[in-house]
Design a binder for this molecule. Structure first.
Ligand SMILES: Cc1cc2nc3c(=O)[nH]c(=O)nc-3n(C[C@H](O)[C@H](O)[C@H](O)COP(=O)(O)OP(=O)(O)OC[C@H]3O[C@@H](n4cnc5c(N)ncnc54)[C@H](O)[C@@H]3O)c2cc1C
Length: 392
């Protein structure tokens, strides 16, 4: 690190939410320190599907060349459409729309995707440092920095404003939010993903399987190249616990389903198997703003309940947080009262989508035949496909 002076902003976590916030604030000329406990490039457990809308937002901050380079290298795999399979095996296919400015959706393994944004944050002027945040430093009820641990040493780093972007297990959120605001099991999910190199993919098409035993949740096959895919499944945590399920067993069962098994060229060996948690944006009345701090992305809990998609929302929240933070710093007032507008902006941008997805998820678990009906008569009722197309 260059010096121990007080920064304008410390961003904790350099995933899409943190690296995007750091990029925008650095581009506004602020002095930004971006921390992550991991060296980049690094993996993050994910389905790796990135919708065109998120890509377009990245273009706006100057990442188009970096994205095109990643596509040319074969690191980002372009998508044309999706397939949804219902509990009774009905299928519906739909095409992804290009973004308003012509961007494409991709399956972009996080090893590559996150590195693009993290590198862009540095190129935009943010300083990056590998260190683990232990907790926010709170003085007189206001966050004034971050306590970190690196090389066995604890150190206090000070900033006018702290952004918690440290994902679903955020230490910043855990210390600042009251216990009653922790995510409840019905607004959380657990998921497993792996990579496979011998599956005959449906080129440029992501597949969603909503069979009865996995509702509320789904299994996926997201291609990353010829015969290669990210494969996994996720389920709402309350149902997962209630039925005492095991993710590894569920994944084996999914691989053994005829529609998958018949496409395996050498038996379907999986590698880089990993599981992780998701926190939905459908839980009401929780804070994302505090005296001296804001939460973005998974640290705030902005994942769509029905699709599990969180990257686009992470980027949206980064834009809103950067806008709020820059204005608060300009006014030299980072109080909750001055920054609570951020909560309102997030609500306006994300809530309807989260709430309607959560309601739809509850219908599906109580009435799985509804998924069959929607898929079977999908050409008339686009509700389900539009959810997956728009809410990923
Ligand atoms: C199995 C699975 C599949 C998913 N599939 C998709 C999908 O296909 N498409 C989609 O859009 N979304 C998907 N999601 C959701 C998506 O992964 C998240 O919404 C997204 O990663 C959120 O980005 P973020 O920057 O908020 O958090 P993260 O990507 O989790 O980044 C947080 C960063 O903070 C760092 N960090 C954590 N703690 C500390 C600490 N104490 N100190 C310093 N650094 C720290 C981490 O190293 C990490 O780099 C999936 C999630 C899971 C679990």
């Amino acid at each position: 690190m260059k010096s121990r002076k007080e920064r304008d902003v410390i961003v904790v976590g350099a995933g899409p939410a943190g690296a995007m916030t750091a990029t925008i604030l650095a581009q506004k000329g602020l002095d930004v320190l971006l921390l992550d406990r991991a060296e980049f490039p690094r993996d993050k457990t994910c389905g790796d599907a990135v919708p065109a809308g998120a890509i377009e937002r990245m273009w706006h901050y100057g990442m188009k060349d970096k994205i095109q380079t990643a596509v040319a290298r074969g690191e980002f795999y372009p998508l044309n459409g999706l397939l949804i399979v219902s509990p009774r095996g009905y299928e519906i296919r739909a095409s992804f729309h290009l973004g308003r400015e012509g961007s494409t959706s991709y399956v972009a393994p996080r090893m590559y995707f996150d590195h693009v944004i993290q590198q862009h944050a540095i190129d935009s002027g943010a300083e990056f440092c590998v260190t683990q945040a232990k907790e926010p430093i709170v003085e007189h009820n206001k966050v004034v920095g971050v306590r970190v641990r690196a090389n066995g040493q604890t150190e206090d780093l000070r900033a006018r404003l702290v952004i918690g972007a440290d994902g679903v297990t955020s230490v910043i959120a855990r210390h600042l939010r009251p216990k009653v605001e922790q995510h409840k099991d019905e607004h959380r999910a657990i998921a497993i993903r792996a990579y496979i190199d011998d599956l005959v993919e449906f080129p440029h098409e992501v597949e969603f399987y909503l069979y009865k035993n996995i509702l509320p949740g789904y299994a996926w096959v997201f291609p990353t190249g010829e015969n290669k895919a990210n494969i996994g499944l996720g389920m709402r945590l309350d149902y997962f616990r209630k039925h005492k399920l095991k993710l590894e067993t569920m994944l084996k069962e999914f691989l053994n389903m005829p529609s998958i098994k018949q496409r395996l060229k050498r038996g379907g060996e999986l590698h880089d198997i990993a599981s992780w948690q998701l926190s939905f944006g459908s839980q009401a009345r929780i804070h994302h703003a505090f005296h001296g701090a804001l939460l973005v992305g998974d640290a705030a809990g902005f994942i769509n309940p029905i699709t599990g998609g969180g990257i686009h929302n992470a980027i949206i929240s980064a834009e809103l947080a950067a806008q709020t933070a820059a204005e608060a710093l300009r006014q030299d007032d980072v109080s909750y009262e001055n920054m609570k507008a951020y909560e309102q902006l997030c609500h306006e941008e994300l809530w309807d989508n989260m709430h309607s997805s959560y309601r739809m998820q509850n219908w599906f678990v109580h009435f799985p035949f509804l998924v069959d009906v929607l898929v079977r008569f999908g050409k008339q009722s686009q509700a389900l496909t539009q959810t997956f197309l728009n809410k990923l």
